[in-house]
Design a protein around this ligand. Structure first.
Ligand SMILES: [Zn+2]
Length: 400
């Protein structure tokens, strides 16, 4: 069945906005875009009072932490890490899975149609994969030392197989260069490359991580030591997090979340490796960070940064609308169109998904927001929720 969607303003993202534009869909995919007289179809959806654009792609999320919302400290990062470890040990499976469901609903409500979700629990990986959204589930690995490497590897492969057996798309997520020993980070990177799947990590998120990787001391030393995951003679790598990953030949097209603590040498290495930064402004705000990812420099250097909410444990919201506003709060000089690219097509390309723009052949993943008075593209910044959401031609939400 063919469907026509009429828009007050159609924003394809990879081409200019179209006043009174339309989209022709067939079998869940976009067939044509246009304006003026439209083809006759079996079904027409009238969104003429609305801005219609591709659904958001949230490039960095942890739905298994949604149930931690409201229970976590803000400000001090190490205190937060301790609370996150305690949450993971204490939360019931039912509670965690209810959180995943709530998180998916919240993502969809903001017009997010695809998510790169980091999971370490099989039941979470399965639930996210089977959700209404388009998903890439990243199997998370923590392997700081020799003895944790083999069990972590097996768990990671089990998660990958589980996602694939459920018809989903999978990726790898070595947690970070401070929690995954260099040899495992490099091995995971090589495996992702061989398999042709995306790989993501938290990189240079905090000053504490930077210090631990450089010199082996600071609060992360005590934290790792208490967990029995640190050799007594570890004295750091004498490098920044980014340069440590580069040394492992694992930076090329790495989807690198946060990158708050980067210097000029790091930026040059990330650009040379065509890495994919993921800005998580809600998380940066949660921790009151003064220094955040140099998003403007990454755009200027020709990289394709993405936007992510991170988890509800370090962000009050999983709404990509809130995330877009938070990004705008940090980088008001970056044109809105570029921020929307980060929140749509750049995320889709990073995750290897056929969505994130209105082009023939891509999935019909669509969101719509009320056009208020003279607001055009800026209508997205004024919206609390999406009034219409479609994933692969299937309507997830329609209050238009
Ligand atoms: Zn994260």
């Amino acid at each position: 069945m063919d469907t026509l969607i009429r828009a007050g303003m159609l924003y394809p993202v990879t081409s200019q906005p179209i006043e009174n534009g339309w989209l022709l869909l067939s079998n869940g995919r976009i067939v044509r875009i246009g304006s003026g007289p439209a083809p006759r179809t079996d079904e027409t959806i009238d969104l003429t009072g609305h801005l219609v654009m591709p659904g958001f792609v949230n490039a960095h999320c942890h739905l298994q932490f949604t149930a931690a919302r409201g229970t976590m400290p803000s400000g001090d990062f190490i205190e937060w890490v301790r609370a996150a470890i305690a949450y993971s040990s204490n939360i019931s499976l039912d509670g965690m899975l209810r959180g995943v469901e709530e998180g998916v609903e919240e993502l969809l409500a903001s017009g997010t149609t695809a998510v790169g979700d980091i999971a370490s629990h099989p039941a979470v990986a399965e639930k996210v994969t089977r959700s209404f959204m388009r998903t890439v589930v990243f199997a998370e690995t923590i392997a700081p030392d020799e003895k944790s490497g083999d069990p972590a590897w097996r768990l990671c492969l089990d998660l990958l197989n589980l996602v694939r057996n459920n018809g989903g798309q999978a990726g790898l997520a070595p947690h970070g260069p401070h929690t995954v020993a260099p040899q495992y980070f490099a091995a995971l990177f090589r495996y992702a490359h061989e398999q042709g799947i995306p790989i993501t990590s938290h990189v240079a998120e905090s000053i504490e991580e930077k210090r631990f990787i450089a010199s082996g001391d600071g609060p992360f030393r005590a934290l790792m030591h208490n967990r029995g995951a640190l050799a007594d003679d570890f004295r750091g790598h004498g490098k920044s997090p980014v340069m440590l990953i580069q040394q492992q030949m694992a930076l090329r097209q790495l989807i690198a979340a946060h990158l708050n603590e980067v210097d000029d040498e790091d930026v040059a290495a990330l650009v040379a490796a065509n890495a994919i930064p993921v800005f998580c402004p809600g998380s940066s705000r949660w921790f009151g960070r003064k220094k955040v990812m140099p998003l403007d420099r990454f755009f200027e250097a020709g990289l394709a940064p993405c936007l992510g909410t991170d988890s509800a444990a370090s962000n009050g919201s999983l709404s990509m609308l809130d995330e877009l506003r938070a990004a705008r709060g940090y980088f008001g000089e970056i044109p809105l169109g570029r921020l929307i690219e980060a929140a749509t097509i750049n995320g889709a390309r990073a995750l290897g998904l056929d969505c994130g723009a209105f082009e023939p052949g891509l999935w019909a993943d669509i969101s719509a927001y009320p056009l208020q008075n003279s607001l055009r593209l800026e209508a997205v910044l004024a919206a609390k929720e999406a009034v219409f959401v479609m994933v692969g031609g299937k309507v997830a939400r329609n209050t238009a």
